[in-house]
Structures are given as structure tokens and as C-alpha cells.
Design a protein around this ligand. Structure first.
Ligand SMILES: [Zn+2]
Length: 100
């Protein structure tokens, strides 16, 4: 799971400057970092986020894009260890079903 209210670091750059200025953030200078609540980041934010594995509850720092991928695939976030376990489990299940 992911805490949408956690703050992430964004660097001021040309790409998303307008978006953040329009959202009430004060522009300092290009390259400066500032903190943004995750749920207010620009579309496609792919930087680091703190997440908790939905299985073992362990805290991890991963790229947002990886988290999104996992949600798309499993509907949940599994850390690398648990996703391996999960894949084995799924494979075993589908194998079992085929043998019925
Ligand atoms: Zn895990």
C-alpha cells in the first residue's frame, strides 16, 4: 500500500513548472528541490516513493512507476521477495487446475 499524503521531492524544471506554480507552489529556481504531497504530483511522476508491501508489510523505497506496474499486475504491491513467492504460488495453482 502507499501513503498518498507522503511528501516526495520534485526538482524545479521547465517540464512541470507551470503545473506546480498553478497548484500554488512557489517557484524558487531551476534545479531546486521542493516537497510535494504525493497526491499532488504531476501525471506520470516516476520518482521514489515509500510503500509498504501488502503481504509482509515491509517498508520499501521504490520508483513510483514500479509501484504502478505492480498495482496493474496484481492490484496490490508486493515487494520483490513476496512477488516471487506470489508468482510461484500462482503457477502452482494454475498447474493444479490444469491437472484436475
Ligand atoms: Zn513483501
Amino acid at each position: 500500500m502507499i501513503d498518498e499524503k507522503q511528501f516526495v521531492k520534485i526538482k524545479w524544471g521547465m517540464k512541470h513548472k507551470t503545473y506546480y506554480v498553478n497548484n500554488g507552489f512557489e517557484f524558487t529556481k531551476t534545479g531546486d528541490e521542493f516537497l510535494v504531497p504525493l497526491n499532488q504530483t504531476h501525471d506520470g511522476y516516476a520518482g521514489d516513493v515509500v510503500v509498504h508491501c501488502d503481504f509482509c508489510k515491509e517498508e520499501r523505497v521504490i520508483k513510483k512507476s514500479r509501484y504502478d506496474e505492480s498495482i496493474k499486475k496484481y492490484g496490490k504491491y508486493y515487494c520483490s521477495h513476496c512477488s516471487q513467492q506470489h508468482t510461484i504460488e500462482e503457477r502452482r495453482k494454475s498447474h493444479y487446475n490444469r491437472c484436475l
